[in-house]
Write a protein that binds this ligand. Structure first.
Ligand code: PSU
Ligand code: MN
Length: 302
């Protein structure tokens, strides 16, 4: 059972444009209090863009679509004490009545159940480096293969193996769109050295693509990659060096599994003296803006 904020319930009934937002980015992806500021501001950006924001999380085991500001504050303040919840964790967190922050995968599942097709985030999980040996492949990829939600992200961080991540998506039949770019972006920077499948010039083109896919009953999501704006993008050498150092440190400390991404993010922030966090926040806002535009176009044609 899903608990909807009244504004979202009304928006769903009236088929207004809605953008889903995840909550792991709040609790595990950024430090307090910047995480709470980001979470509140992203909602404002979506509203200013003409759509309704729907931040998704589990509060005392209840599936919530739309959070109050005190619930957002709770997730941000509690940070990694909140249960990082992906597909496999949903029944545990719900039956134990825990607070859970939803990953891209879990947010997609709940968004689809709620009838929300457009979802904005920062970056998705992917195939980790050495993933061919460790088999550390985020459940986000498998979710994109089966759940009908478009995820608007700034590409994939090079803490992951970007090439293998794209190969996996191709195998699973997940289209990778670029917004006004041929290049698949690398989160902190605008280019990864890999190409997107299809370059989309307008939010309308993206909306038409989505409608066409789902009208054909082709199950699964679409990854929309939206490069970080030039003025906020990081120096490639600085970020690459920070990522290398963070990966070494994670290995030294034997950090694996679901803890690895949060560890790398906070370590990279430390090495870059906060620059990576500032870039992360800006790219999230940029994705929210595009997601609002796509949601508006999609609502017009469906
Ligand atoms: N990348 C970020 N920030 C994040 C995440 C990824 O820059 O907060 C989170 C997202 O919620 C994503 C999750 O779905 O990490 C992937 O974790 P894992 O690799 O354990 O599946
Ligand atoms: Mn993993």
């Amino acid at each position: 059972m899903i608990l909807y904020q009244s504004e979202i319930k009304e928006a769903l009934n009236r088929k207004k444009p809605i953008v889903a937002l995840e909550s792991t980015i709040i609790s595990h992806g950024m430090p307090y209090p910047q995480n709470v500021e980001m979470a509140l501001k992203i909602e404002e950006r979506i509203r200013n863009g003409g759509a309704i924001p729907a931040t998704i999380a589990l509060i005392e085991g209840k599936v919530k679509v739309g959070l109050s500001s005190s619930e957002i504050e709770l997730l941000g303040k509690e940070g990694t004490n909140v249960y990082k919840t992906s597909r496999r964790d949903l029944p545990y967190v719900i039956s134990k009545q825990l607070n859970g922050a939803t990953t891209v995968a879990a947010t997609m599942i709940i968004a689809q159940q709620a009838g929300i097709s457009i979802f904005a985030t920062g970056g998705i999980g992917g195939v980790h480096r050495e993933g061919a040996q460790t088999m550390d492949i985020s459940a986000d990829l498998q979710e994109l293969a089966q759940t009908n939600v478009a995820v608007i992200s700034a590409g994939v961080k090079s803490i992951l193996d970007i090439g293998l991540t794209l190969e996996y998506l191709e195998t699973m039949g997940v289209p990778v769109l670029g917004y006004q770019t041929e290049d698949f972006p690398a989160f902190y920077t605008r280019k990864s050295g890999f190409k997107v499948d299809f370059n989309m010039r307008t939010p309308q083109e993206i909306a038409t693509f989505l409608k066409t896919k789902w009208e054909m009953d082709l199950q699964g999501g679409v990854l929309v990659s939206n490069p970080i704006p030039q003025k906020y993008s990081m120096d490639e050498q600085i970020i690459d060096k920070a990522i290398q150092e963070a990966l070494l440190e994670a290995k030294k400390r034997n950090i694996t599994g679901k803890a690895i991404t949060p560890f790398l993010l906070s370590y990279i922030k430390k090495i870059t003296k906060g620059k990576s966090l500032a870039a992360n926040i800006e790219l999230v806002f940029n994705n929210a803006q595009l997601a609002a535009e796509v949601a508006i176009e999609y609502a017009k044609i469906t």
